[in-house]
Design a protein around this ligand. Structure first.
Ligand code: NAG
Ligand code: NAG
Length: 484
């Protein structure tokens, strides 16, 4: 759901900004107080490292003794929280409601916020690691925890009922990866990249409560919300997907954007010993496969068999072989709602380039086995996979092709050919696919909306950062710090 991702984006960027700003300001004030101290503060990075990265204006603020800095950051964060919360509220109101509208599943006629307040509890930063030193870039991983007391109510109108839904007990545990793209000019940062690391998997827990009614009044609503949250988080926010925020004008961020890196030729060969879900006869299985949920492919339905043979070929685009995986989901086609027969993930990191290999994959009832009671064997899926890394030309062509597909989807959607949340799949698969439309929309515009959304949150947060520092200066509670 746009709500969660919008909130996370706004917050993540705000925090990244606070972290960076804090370091920079501390550096400056430290410099003013005692010029000699800065070398001691460089922590893990040597002066030469930094000099290489950023010419003469190297960002000494990037490295501080970890413990002290985190404590300081949390203090700052709680001071600034009212401003960040306010900024995020504005962003959500302005930008997320239209996205929500896009994600609106069939059967729901309106989806809006009737109340949105992030609460009084600021998130907590548990630690920061400076990860790698690529030329011109600094990567920081921020351990982020938020068990807030937000007050969020969604007004849901369906054909059958109209319900205010409250989001309660929100808990977010994630590692936020922030990449600062450095420049030669002050303030030495030309762009910030923000993403949620996929390992450890972001944990976003919440409970949904219908205010003055029952959730069951709208069947499938809570599943729909869960699936949409997962789809959007993994398709937009989770590394390698990222949000790129240019700082200043005319910054070339194309190097930072996620790009096709190679392609996978996948043959879905067959499955064996699938579980039978039918009362009469046998399952009618088909396979949905994808790397990004926004670009799903699907085999034909193989009627009445627990040992179906498909032998169908697909091409999937890979953006980050190191961290991505391909997901295969086997469904039983049914008149009412398709049932999931099994699911399995194949990580791409071990695939040898340009070598066709057959994999026999054991299907699981669900990826999260904790939620499953019936742990019986679900059979196997046989696939053949070939990875090919793109040349520069192939990469450009793939980029164009991806744009074309997403724009086509958007066009079809606008023309009413596919429902607001449905891809070409029906039944259960359409449930899984909720949010495809909006995702396509966002990606199709080159993440325009996403970046814009964050952009506005960013500038607002930025304003508040400045304000906060001025306040601090006036109150005299900390060394003289001035944002210029
Ligand atoms: C796979 O999905 C993409 C994107 O939806 C589509 O363009 C392509 O034709 C599909 N491929 C096959 C073999 O169905
Ligand atoms: C599908 O891919 C396999 C290799 O994985 C190849 O042998 C086969 O000829 C392909 N089938 C079609 C119809 O292209």
């Amino acid at each position: 759901m746009g709500l969660i991702s919008g909130m996370l984006m706004g917050m993540a960027v705000g925090i990244a900004l606070v972290a960076g700003w804090d370091r920079m300001m501390r550096y400056r004030s430290t410099q003013r107080i005692a010029k000699a101290v800065d070398i001691k503060l460089l922590g893990s990075l040597t002066r030469d490292d930094l000099k290489k990265i950023c010419g003469d204006n190297f960002p000494e603020w990037i490295s501080f003794p970890v413990y002290e800095q985190v404590k300081w950051l949390n203090k700052l964060l709680s001071k600034m929280w009212p401003f960040i919360a306010e900024a995020a509220t504005v962003v959500v109101k302005e930008s997320v409601e239209p996205i929500l509208e896009e994600y609106r599943p069939p059967g729901i006629s309106s989806l809006k916020f009737s109340k949105f307040f992030l609460g009084n509890v600021p998130p907590k930063i548990e630690g920061i690691r400076v990860q790698s030193l690529k030329k011109g870039q600094i990567t920081m991983d921020i351990d982020f925890r938020w068990g807030g007391d937000p007050s969020i109510i969604l007004a849901v109108e369906a054909l059958v009922a109209s319900l205010p839904i409250q989001l309660k007990n929100l808990q977010v545990f994630t590692v936020i990866r922030v990449i600062f793209q450095l420049s030669e000019e002050i303030p030495c940062v030309s762009a910030v990249v923000v993403a949620l690391l996929s390992e450890p998997k972001p944990r976003i827990d919440y409970t949904l409560k219908a205010v003055g009614g029952s959730l069951t009044a709208i069947p499938g609503l809570s599943d729909m919300i869960d699936d949409t949250v997962n789809t959007i988080v993994s398709d937009m926010l989770q590394w390698p997907h990222r949000i790129v925020v240019p700082i200043g004008v005319s910054v070339d961020t194309s190097e930072l954007e996620l790009k096709p890196q190679g392609k996978l030729s996948v043959s879905v060969v067959k499955a064996t010993a699938l579980k039978n879900m039918e009362m009469i006869g046998k399952s009618d299985p088909y396979v949905v496969l994808y790397i990004r949920p926004v670009l799903k492919n699907k085999t034909k339905v193989f009627d009445n068999s627990l040992n179906p043979v498909w032998n169908e070929n697909f091409t999937l685009i890979v953006e980050d072989k190191e961290t991505q995986y391909i997901t295969f989901e086997v469904f039983d086609k049914d008149i009412t709602q398709d049932k999931k027969l099994g699911i399995v993930k194949l990580p791409l990191v071990d695939l040898e380039a340009d070598t066709l290999k057959e994999h026999e994959l054991r299907l699981l009832p669900a990826l999260d086995m904790l939620k499953i009671k019936d742990k019986k064997d679900r059979g196997t899926l046989t696939v053949k996979v070939l990875y090919h890394a793109f040349t520069k030309e192939e990469q450009l062509a793939a980029l164009e092709e991806e744009k074309r597909i997403l724009e086509e989807k958007k066009r079809l959607k606008e023309a009413g050919m596919i429902g607001s949340t449905m891809d070409a799949f029906e039944g259960a698969a359409s449930m899984v696919g909720t949010g495809i439309g909006a995702g396509a929309n966002l990606v199709g515009s080159g993440l325009g909306a996403g970046a814009g959304l964050v952009g506005s949150g960013f500038s607002k947060a930025g304003k508040f950062v400045g304000k906060s520092f001025n306040t601090k200066k006036n109150s005299g509670s900390s060394p003289s710090v001035k944002a210029d």
